[in-house]
Write a protein of this length. Structure first.
Length: 255
């Protein structure tokens, strides 16, 4: 009798949540209640798997806590659900044998354009399809199959330096930018995600601008060689030319 009671008290083995359970959990966390949206989340979980889908949810919530993500045209922030879908469709890696396509693309494939009569000797321009920032992923992968050769690379960083760390032969400072300038018509607009620049300036170059940059109304102008530094999530800029806006203006006046 005692043995029977102890057996009944043993905890039952917890069931691993199914893909539908995980999809429902993600939809609830995102506040998505509409059936089509919840169905799209189910398709994502089936394609990417439960573990990766939960990781994307965690990254989505982390992004939202840090200020969210802007739409490509910077008109407003994405909804939290929009951030999840963006991350899933742009960074998600489908499991072997699975595919993941955006709902609108599936709808576009299902729709057949209506036939329209064409008048002889009339030329019609093909409609221009807007290229979004998300579309770059597949394009870059295709272009990457036949890479070109960049013989010269240069970057210009203009702004106020941050904390200056003097390492003897050089100084280093970190500058950050979230601005997206007005780009030529037709180019995709990148997201307004902060980009860090770790700027390295030789001590000899820094000595020429050290006094001028103390003026809070002046700005540093650094030209140099850029190199991605993924370990610190920044673009390293090795300065080849350094001046400031006021020093540059003074040089022009002297001439």
């Amino acid at each position: 009798m005692i043995e029977s009671e102890q057996t009944e008290q043993l905890p039952q083995r917890q069931r691993e949540p199914s893909q539908l359970d995980v999809a429902a959990m993600i939809a609830n966390a995102l506040g998505e209640t509409k059936a089509p949206v919840r169905h799209s989340i189910e398709l994502i979980v089936k394609a990417l798997g439960r573990t990766q889908s939960r990781e994307l949810l965690a990254k989505t919530l982390e992004t939202e806590q840090k200020g969210g993500m802007m739409l490509p045209d910077n008109s407003r922030r994405r909804t939290v659900g929009g951030v999840f879908f963006y991350l899933a469709y742009t960074t998600g890696v489908p499991k072997p044998g699975k595919t993941l396509e955006r709902p609108q693309k599936r709808n576009q494939k299902a729709k057949k354009p209506a036939a329209s009569p064409v008048t002889p000797n009339t030329t019609q321009k093909a409609p221009i399809v807007a290229f979004t920032w998300e579309d770059r992923l597949s394009v870059i992968r295709e272009a990457d199959t036949e890479k070109g050769n960049a013989s010269t690379v240069k970057i210009t960083v203009i702004g106020r330096p941050g904390k200056i760390l003097d390492k003897g032969q050089f100084i280093v400072t970190v500058m950050e930018s979230t601005k997206v300038p007005s780009l030529p018509k037709g180019l995709p607009t990148p997201t307004a995600v902060a980009t860090k620049y770790a700027v390295y300036v030789s001590s000899k170059q820094w000595a020429k601008v050290k006094e001028s940059i103390q003026d809070p109304d002046d700005a540093l102008i650094v030209e140099g060689f850029p190199k991605t530094d993924p370990e610190v999530s920044a673009i390293a800029v090795f300065a080849t030319s350094v001046t400031t806006k006021k020093l540059q203006a003074a040089t022009r006046q002297a001439k």
